[in-house]
Design a protein around this ligand. Structure first.
Ligand SMILES: Nc1ncnc2c1ncn2[C@@H]1O[C@H](COP(=O)(O)OP(=O)(O)O[C@H]2O[C@H](CO)[C@@H](O)[C@H](O)[C@H]2O)[C@@H](O)[C@H]1O
Length: 654
């Protein structure tokens, strides 16, 4: 890895001890001649670049849209935050709001309300169907323009915890006064799930992204919901059967292309989308989630900042899962739409032992690595994981690089959507209960046993597992322990999809142990709620777990987690101690270690015995778990602290 020295005028320090990238190339000499933006108040604005700008109503002059800036929003230091854009000679223009407000009216409304109250540019002006000014609650000390970039955001798209987080953290931050946009693809797979996007309207804005040896037109859809601008990037490569990443045949072969498009479009969104009448502007803070969004900080550094654009923007990489890094052959670098001399940012060399044959040089592009070396700060989704990623065991080859950036890595434990996951109101479960009275939980269990065709035995400990059938989740351990567990008087239900070999194992277990085991292959949110409510114990033997959400849902539902002591599981589940607090007991579950069949089976047996024989202890476990605060509010406050830090320093790559 020592050879990260690259040609051209970008200098990289060696990986370990990596410090700062300096860019020396004079403006205008890169291969992006059209990119220069000249903003001047009252003059026509030529928006065209690697992304040429066109729109149904805005700028119809085949690619080059002549538009006027009538006003600029600046912060206290005079830095431009956003522009009010109009088409050349029209009084009005269309936005997601459908129609058309006079500039003056909009500006007045914003000036009088939001700006007066918070001293920030108008968060919302007018939205579809409701001509009202929406005022953020304004709890944050400093508010920012936040742009989440993500491959999934619930309820629009979700295959796992990333979707949950990007569907709920933005709402929590908007509730605290930030202006928040979430940019993700508009996936259409021909199922009922397509209705998720029904309320998102075409903004009528097209950009052209130059990548993969050609130019691609993408458009933007938008829905304003729960205080957040949900922006969906539309392109035909997002329209196909399957989930966001693949179908029954495996991962899509063009994922690098699909997420490259997403990143380019996300970089343009704050500049070109007049959401609620105003663009988010250049002083945006990009929150870049996992490798799919990892190109964003690299683009900011390589494609925008050299031309004076986004010099006030910052980026934070949020790592939900380091195991997936967006690695492709080195030859694909030219597809990414980056200047050639930036190869070193994403260039990656596999260690000798990982190469496939004698002539394999191990060279590859690694998008997540590029994000690590160009983002301004890094957040992981628990503190435990923040440390683990700097170790050989948890670093997935990036530990040295991550260690070199240790001073800007923070771990913030995820919250959960406490409205969606609330046992006293959950629409997916048949009976409701709370920490004050959980007598109805047993009925949820009996209803689940009935639904699954298991013997209805309220006294029998019922264990659940929910998750991707993946090496990460320790399914192989459950597989090995299966016969031992089936000797005991328990019931076991698993919900998951993923690796076909585990799917068929679940089916065969169900065949063999008809009265004890059920394996539900598939992705089914209502069932996941019913399992969480109906089971007594939730098993999570994850090999590694950056945060984990199911153990949080379980505790909130009075279902006791039995987890491997790793990452966020160790941070969030407190091991049960029956003797603490003068015999009243403490803890919210069982944390077993090491990761072995024996320690997992022992922990499960201890939990089942406690359930059967020590009702009081069990109820204490339930009550302590159910009364904890899992809301996003705690996490949001910690995120805000990092937002303040990120703007204190100059951009990491300048
Ligand atoms: N078959 C199925 N049917 C219905 N729902 C299903 C399902 N399989 C999984 N889910 C749901 O998907 C989510 C999984 O979230 P996790 O955080 O446990 O794991 P994941 O590994 O996807 O997320 C990664 O990102 C998150 C978010 O940061 C981290 O918590 C985590 O550690 C990291 O691995 C839960 O909401 C769960 O209920």
């Amino acid at each position: 890895m020592a050879s990260l020295q690259i040609s051209g005028s970008v200098k990289f320090e060696p990986l370990v001890g990596f410090n700062r990238i300096r860019y020396f190339r004079p403006i205008g000499s890169l291969g992006f001649p059209r990119f220069r933006r000249r903003f001047s108040i009252g003059r026509p604005l030529l928006l065209r670049s690697s992304s040429s700008f066109s729109g149904d109503k805005i700028g119809e002059s085949d690619g080059d849209a002549k538009r006027f800036i009538t006003d600029a929003e600046r912060d206290g230091s005079g830095s431009v935050l956003g522009f009010q854009l109009t088409p050349g000679d029209q009084e009005t223009f269309s936005t997601s709001t459908g129609e058309i407000k006079h500039q003056e009216e909009k500006k007045e409304a914003i000036d009088e309300t939001v700006m007066a109250d918070f001293g920030v540019p108008g968060n919302r002006a007018v939205e579809e169907g409701a001509a009202e000014v929406r005022i953020p609650s304004g709890k944050a000390e400093v508010v920012n323009n936040l742009v989440f970039v993500t491959s999934e955001a619930a309820p629009y798209s979700k295959t796992g915890g990333l979707g949950d987080v990007c569907g709920s953290l933005p709402i929590a931050l908007a509730g605290r006064g930030h202006r928040v946009m979430v940019v993700s693809p508009r996936y259409l797979n021909g199922t009922a799930a397509d209705n998720n996007y029904a309320r998102a309207k075409d903004l009528g804005i097209r950009i052209t992204v130059n990548c993969f040896g050609g130019s691609q037109e993408v458009s933007f859809y938008h829905e304003y919901r729960d205080g957040v601008d949900w922006v969906f990037v539309d392109h035909k490569s997002y329209h196909r059967p399957g989930n966001p990443y693949g179908d029954s045949k495996g991962a899509f072969g063009d994922n690098q292309f699909r997420f490259t498009l997403l990143c380019h479009a996300a970089c343009e969104a704050p500049l070109v989308l007049p959401l609620g009448g105003f663009t988010y502007g250049e002083k945006s803070l990009f929150l870049v989630n996992d490798w799919h969004a990892g190109l964003v900080p690299i683009l900011l550094a390589a494609k925008y900042r050299p031309y004076g654009v986004y010099k006030d923007a910052r980026s934070i990489l949020i790592i939900h899962n380091l195991a997936h890094q967006g690695v492709e052959p080195a030859a694909t670098y030219t597809n990414l739409g980056l200047p050639s001399e930036w190869y070193g940012a994403v260039g990656w060399v596999f260690p000798t032992w990982a190469r496939t044959h004698a002539l394999d040089t191990g060279e590859a592009v690694n998008v997540l690595k590029g994000a690590i070396v160009t983002s301004d700060r890094i957040i992981t989704v628990s503190q435990g994981y923040a440390w683990e990623i700097t170790t050989v065991e948890g670093g997935y080859g990036l530990q040295d690089l991550l260690s070199s950036r240790k001073s800007v890595i923070n771990g913030i434990t995820n919250g959960i959507n406490v409205d969606e996951w609330n046992p006293s109101t959950d629409e997916h479960i048949p009976f409701h209960y709370s920490a004050d009275d959980f007598s109805e939980k047993i009925k949820c269990k009996m209803a689940l046993q009935k639904e699954l065709g298991l013997p209805i035995r309220p006294e029998c400990p019922m264990i659940g597992f929910i998750g991707r059938l993946d090496y990460q989740k320790g399914i192989d351990l459950i597989q090995t322990a299966g016969p031992d567990l089936m000797v005991d008087d328990i019931q076991f239900v698993m919900l998951g999809s993923g690796d076909p070999k585990y799917e068929s194992w679940m089916r065969s277990m169900e065949e063999t142990y008809r009265d004890k085991f059920r394996g539900w292959v598939g992705f089914n949110v209502p069932i996941s709620h019913r399992i969480t409510a109906g089971c007594d114990i939730l098993l999570m033997p994850s090999r590694f777990e950056p945060c984990g959400l199911n153990q949080l849902y379980a505790m909130r539902y009075g279902t006791i987690p039995v987890v491997h002591g790793t990452g966020g599981l160790r941070d969030t589940v407190e091991n049960f101690n029956p003797y603490a607090e003068g015999g009243a007991g403490a803890g919210t579950g069982w944390v077993f270690t090491p990761l072995s069949k024996d320690s997992m089976v022992s922990a499960l047996r201890l939990a089942a015995a406690t359930y059967r024989e020590y009702k009081e202890s069990w109820e204490g476990l339930m009550r302590r778990g159910m009364t904890r605060n899992y809301s996003w509010e705690n996490a949001a406050v910690q995120y805000e602290q990092v937002f303040q830090w990120v703007f204190m320093d100059p951009p990491y790559v300048s």
